[in-house]
Structures are given as C-alpha cells and as structure tokens.
Design a protein around this ligand. Sequence first.
Ligand SMILES: *Cc1c(COP(=O)(O)O)cnc(C)c1O
Length: 363
Amino acid sequence: MNVTVNALLRDDLRDFAGYKSARSESLEGSAWLNANESAWANPSDADATLRRYPDPQPRALRSRLAALYDVEPAQLLVGRGSDEAIDLLVRAFCAPGQGAIAIAPPVFGMYAVSARLHGARIVDVPLVDGEQGLCVDLQALGDAALASGASLVFLCTPGNPSGEALPLIEIASLAVRLRGKALVVVDEAYAEYSDVPSATALFPAHENIAVLRTLSKAHALAAARVGCVLGAPELIDALRRCQAPYPMPRPVTEAALKALTPQVLASTAAHVAETRGWRERLAAGLRSLPQVLQVYPSAGNFLLARFVDADAAFAQLLEAGVVVRDMRAMPQLGDALRVSVGTPDECRRVLAALDADAVGVAA
Ligand SMILES: *Cc1c(COP(=O)(O)O)cnc(C)c1O
C-alpha cells in the first residue's frame, strides 16, 4: 500500500469497499441475468447498445486516455468531468464537517463548492497581484495548509481566471513540504494551451500529487462530461470506491473514443494552436484600448482584463451580442472581465464592440 496516500484518506473510509455493482464482479457467462436488466432492447434503441449497464471504467476509453496523458491505466480514473473528480477528492480526503482544503482565490469555484457541500473548511490564501500577474504564493499556501491541517491543496494551472502557469519545480517543492500531510491536486483543465509540461512528470518522485484533466476545453466535448484524475494506483482505487456505480454512460464513452483517434487529435491540436495565436492577438488588441487598464498574461484559452469601467464594457459587449464572464464579484477582481478566446470572427467582434478603431489591430 502506498503509505502517503493511504495515510491521508479519511480514517472511516480506509476499509470502505463502496458499492459492488453487477459489472464489477469478474464472472464469465453467456446468459447475463445478474443485474435485473430488461431481456429486450428498447424499441428506440436500434443497435441495442443501451440495454446493459455500462462498464464502470470502460477499458478502451481508460487505456486511450492513459496513452493521451502518458500514464498507466491503473493511474487514471475517468468520470463525469473534472467536477466529479474534485467532489470525489473532497469526499475521500476530508471528514464531513471536520476536514479542510486550501485554495488560492480568485480561482475556479468548484473546489469551494464541493468543500462547502461536504462541510469541509476552506482555507483561502489570496493570489498576489504583482509584476508577473496574479500569482499563487506557494510558500504562504504551504504554510496555511500545514497550520490548518488541510488534507487537500488545490492548484489550478494554468489558473482560471489568473492565466498563470506554475513551473513544475515549484509544485514539486510544495509537494515535498506537504508530504504525508496533504495531497496536492493540480487542476490542468487548460494544460493543452500552455507550454508547461503536465505535473504527471512529478509522479515518480512525489506520491502526494494528483492531476485533473478534462475533455471539456481543448477537446471541445464539454457536453459529454468526461474528465480524469491521474495519480498513484492506490489513490485511483480509493476514489473509485467513492464513485457512483456506473459513472460513464455508454453514448458518452463512444463519443469520447471517437474524439481520441490520431486524426481527430491532430485537428484538436491545430485548433489549440490557432486559439493560442488569437489569444495573443486579442490581448494586444485589448491592451491598445484606452478603457482597458490591464490584460493579464494567460496560458489558457481566455484573457482576464481590468477596465476603467467594467460595468460599461460589459454592457457594450452585451449590446453587440457578446457575452463575457463578469468577474466583479470575485475577490480582487472588482473591475475585471474574463473573455474566452473564440473564433477569429468572435475575437474581432469583442474588439469592435469595445472600440471600432481596434478592429484593424487584430485583422
Ligand atoms: C472548466 C474547468 C473545469 C471543468 O471541467 P469539467 O471536466 O467540465 O468538469 C475544471 N477546472 C477548471 C479550472 C476549469 O476551468
């Protein structure tokens, strides 16, 4: 047993087996009468692919995703988006009403949502706004995690909404400081848009690191809800025991498999490259506008910008039919909006809506 991961799990879950579904038993047979499924396919289900409960961890999908992320299948759990993975981590590592997580806000909201629903405390270590942009203070985050006894530390890199890409060496030092104390969860929802390699490179030397990946962003499958946790096999086993019996609907698995062929992956990579190019053009265009105070550097497929009058900018964009994310309720972001990098035409519309003169900059 992996000492680090096992020691961090909730005491009361260490020998928890979870639900034993009919599909999880390894039996052989030719008449499957163990799951109370219907003997006939639904008349609407022409290929009769939906009658049986699906494989909880579809083997083909698991191995294709493992190859994509360069890990072994035993190091990967697939589920309903990284949102489910976040929830599983909180439930497996925080005792209800007692445990704690540490985060660096402003950051993706689901870490705090899952923690709150579970009654776990949230230890906030705000991002620092400096020369390099909005940055995680990893020293302070480590201090706070140790002082509070948090069992999970969520890092988002590239950061949503900060855009910051954390160097692997800094993630590694945090993991060393927290060894045996906390699991460092690295949410790489936007990794495809960044130059920093995946934190999976740290797995051999650091047992207390887990990585989250998703097909929702660069792979353009947000509606399919497919995401993964990557980590030590013992961690994957423990999370699987906490997961719902059949998390992967068969049509979803089929859609994901179709998106992971070499041909489709090549076209995904081309779209990512184009998005990265337009991210920089859009950033330059926004920076040239008098009403834009600051555009943060971004390693994701979005830009965080501060405005002289964010209210007016939001309204101007909406007037032109362009919906951006209002960040003003987030700590430190009272004058900020977040804009996803859309198609070239959508990027031009953003600039045109804010200033007709700026269209030339991006063209
Ligand atoms: C969009 C986003 C996700 C959501 O991923 P799903 O796989 O769609 O649940 C996770 N983390 C961050 C930081 C995101 O921005």
